[in-house]
Design a protein around this ligand. Structure first.
Ligand code: BGC
Length: 752
């Protein structure tokens, strides 16, 4: 496609028309110039391709539902996400879809967000890595992705209008960092802006977000589309860098664009930028499409089960109750054993009939008894079902209870109000504990729940919403065919009120203040020295791992160099297993507020019993940096940083220290209100102050011989602003003017 030529030939009306969808899922055609439409589809863990738009807009083709993001994140496995991406890309290719609408890369600020199941983590490093791998996988098949929801879409309550009020560091270090990684590393074809406003401005018309940060800083070259219905002022959106409005606005906003260009409110050049990006997308899509590729749904179903098993997290395994002994009489209790909850509600909902139920898949391993126990979607106990379940559990040696959150409890479109599981399920678990000592609970949920029975049962398996293969995958883990290797991608607090967003979620009216700032997830629990129920990065295995030989390539580095970190992991147990080695960086002493530690690397290794492998991490300056608003950039402070190697965020096995050197300094400018302590931190300031003290005989502690006295008086005077020295002193030379001269001198010296 000769885009320049087409741009020259398109009329204003045609250009405007290309900037919005023709219906729910297609861009527009311009037949006169042979510009075809392309089709997009949800996303993110399967295809929800609409087939019969006119008759039945909600009817999607039958497809494969893979594990959702809350589960895949627990794999901590980039290859797994890439494999998943390739399978999805292949399916899209077959279905002639240009773009898969996903992945979602928003941060899990609160466990209550209804859409947490579509997001990866509370940690931006992990979220960015997982989303990048998925994007790479899909796009390697010649199909695009849409990284969403850009940005700060961390709740469903008032999602179309709420303004997320976030300070700049939290925005950059927590809420944008994952997106930044994906844009730079994986180059998604498109980005989908979020519904909400950020600090007052709708994402769909936020020039700072869509152009200054996304394109100018991060180098994004693709297309930005709106979330479905996110457009407020379309003309403002064009100017801000929103290329495509989705879905169709029935010509209304196209007309507004035409009028704005005609009146001079919008320039043709601004409009052309958007049109060019739409044409580029259409062009790329034509290259990738190939309806002849095969889509083997059975093969993808098997893949869905295999991937699911890799995501499951073993939270508790007292007395090695798991893996289950096939010879022990076992009961499966709970409706979810028969009808697993494996996906979430809303736009990501996949139409699948091929669902693995644990009660069926278990036959591959053993005969079990089954009782339903509860009715889903209800808090109320069904006494007959409860009684039957208790009897079934009593007659068995081991009772495996399948529980979690019903569909109605969490979905796109609304947030949860509490973190509790349904009352009927809690009662069922309580009653079964009374009659059977060997209880294992399997959880199906899209986001953390309170687990009041954590101390009372022997085993807990977190299966999240693990896709259509989840029933089989759970059995594979329960019976030890797969050794569980998932680690939590989010903290499970003991109770909701422990969560850092508790006081400010979901906000007041259309304002939600992110008052906890940087302290999201483990960053908060670490800082407050709070014991969570299960920490970030935690997950058990049927084997054990030992960590040894931590080696840093340098004890001291310059911030423009990389640091190589090596560590050896050994499988010290009796079965093969996988371990995720986590690397956290901790700034020992910082002039700004920083989390205790932050995840900056992870690697997953597979080890046979007795086997050892070396794991290598390469850290660049970003691993040590924080975002410094005064320079609008990332900044590394010189000093000591601890490199912590752990099996979870609360199980640090080895550590060492590196000293980071840097010549870079933040710009400093002093004035009459600057205090002596701040000024004397710098050699230039200290020299001028000491000279002043000598001349005026005011000691200020700087020339005291007694070390202790010197320290004390320095501490006292450190807080004094220069202007106070003028008023406190009767020395005639100490005038405001004289002080200003000294300040000018220091500022001048510091600039050099
Ligand atoms: C959701 C998006 C989705 C779109 C299209 C919106 O309501 O927020 O994630 O891709 O609908 O279904």
């Amino acid at each position: 496609m000769n885009i320049d030529k087409i741009l020259a030939e398109l009329t204003l009306e045609e250009k405007a028309s290309l900037c919005s969808g023709s219906d729910f899922w297609h861009t527009k055609t311009v037949e006169r110039l042979d510009i075809p439409a392309v089709m997009v589809s949800d996303g993110p863990h399967g295809l929800r391709k609409n087939i019969d738009l006119a008759e039945n807009p909600n009817q999607a083709i039958e497809a494969v539902c893979f594990p959702t993001a809350c589960a895949t994140a627990c794999s901590f496995d980039r290859k797994l996400l890439e494999t998943l991406g390739k399978a999805l890309g292949n399916e899209c290719k077959h279905e002639e879809l240009a773009v898969l609408l996903g992945p979602g890369c928003n941060i899990k600020r609160s466990p209550l967000c209804g859409r947490n199941f579509e997001y990866f983590s509370e940690d931006p490093f992990l979220a960015g890595q997982m989303a990048s791998s998925l994007v790479k996988g899909v796009q390697s098949m010649g199909v695009g992705t849409s990284l969403k929801h850009f940005a700060a879409n961390n709740q469903e309550t008032r999602r179309f209008s709420v303004s997320a009020e976030i300070d700049e560091r939290a925005l950059r270090e927590i809420y944008l960092a994952g997106f930044e990684t994906v844009i730079k590393d994986a180059k998604p074809w498109t980005v989908m802006c979020s519904y909400n406003r950020i600090n007052g401005v709708h994402s769909s018309q936020n020039k700072w977000l869509l152009t200054d940060v996304l394109r100018d800083e991060w180098g994004f070259e693709g297309l930005v589309m709106s979330d479905w219905g996110a457009v407020d002022d379309r003309v403002e959106g064009v100017r801000a860098g929103l290329d495509l409005e989705m879905p169709s606005s029935h010509g209304k906003n196209d007309k507004r664009i035409v009028e704005a260009v005609e009146s001079g409110e919008l320039s043709m050049a601004e409009l052309d930028k958007c049109v060019r990006r739409v044409l580029e997308l259409v062009d790329k899509a034509a290259e990738g499409a190939d309806p002849d590729v095969e889509w083997d749904k059975d093969k993808d179903h098997r893949l869905a089960r295999k991937l699911a098993a890799e995501c499951i997290v073993l939270l508790k395994n007292e007395g090695s109750i798991l893996p289950l002994d096939k010879k022990r009489k076992t009961a499966f209790i709970g409706l979810f054993a028969k009808e697993p909850r494996f996906q979430g509600g809303g736009s990501s909902h996949i139409n699948t009939k091929n669902i693995d139920a644990a009660v069926d898949c278990v036959k591959e391993y053993a005969e079990v008894t089954y009782a339903q126990g509860y009715i889903t979607d209800e808090d109320k106990t069904d006494e007959a079902l409860l009684a039957e379940a208790v009897e079934t559990a009593k007659a068995a040696e081991v009772a495996v209870i399948f529980a979690g959150l019903p569909d109605s409890f969490e979905s796109e479109g609304y947030d949860r109000r509490h973190m509790r599981m349904p009352e009927c399920q809690l009662k069922l678990i309580d009653e079964i504990i009374k009659v059977n000592k060997n209880v294992v609970v399997v959880l199906h949920n899209g986001s953390p729940v309170e687990i009041p029975f954590a101390d009372k049962v022997s085993g807990i398996v977190e299966a999240y919403l693990c896709g259509e293969g989840s029933g089989g995958a759970v059995c594979d883990v329960l019976y030890g065919k797969v050794n569980p290797s998932g680690k939590l991608a989010e903290t499970f607090p003991k109770k909701l009120s422990d969560n850092p967003s508790y006081l400010n979620f979901p906000g007041e009216g259309d304002i939600v203040k992110y008052q906890e700032g940087l302290f999201v997830g483990y960053r908060y629990y670490d800082m407050k020295e709070m014991e969570p129920l299960y920490p970030f990065g935690y997950g058990l295995s049927y084997t054990t791992f030992e960590y040894s030989d931590l080696r840093l390539s340098h004890t001291e580095i310059n911030d423009d160099k990389t640091l190589k970190v090596e560590v050896t992991v050994t499988n010290t147990g009796k079965v093969e297993g996988k371990e995720t080695v986590q690397l956290y960086v901790s700034d020992r002493e910082s002039s700004v507020i920083r989390p205790v530690k932050e995840l900056k690397g992870f690697e997953k290794v597979s080890l046979k019993p007795g086997e050892s492998k070396k794991v290598v991490f390469i850290l660049d300056s970003r691993a040590f940096a924080y975002y410094e608003p005064s320079i609008e950039d990332w900044f590394v402070e010189y000093g000591a940083y601890d490199i912590l190697i752990g099996a979870s965020s609360r199980d640090i096995r080895l550590s060492d220290t590196v000293y980071v050197n840097t010549d870079k300094r933040l710009p400093v400018k002093f004035d009459l209100n600057s205090n002596l302590g701040d000024i004397s931190q710098f050699p230039e300031g200290r020299a001028v102050l000491e000279d002043l003290m000598r001349k005026t005989q005011v000691t200020g502690g700087f020339d005291d011989d007694d070390e202790e006295m010197r320290r004390l008086s320095e501490a006292m005077t450190a807080e004094l602003p220069l202007r106070a020295m003028v008023s406190f002193s009767d020395i005639p030379v100490l005038t405001r003017e004289y002080m200003q001269e000294l300040i000018d001198k220091i500022n001048e010296m510091m600039e050099k």
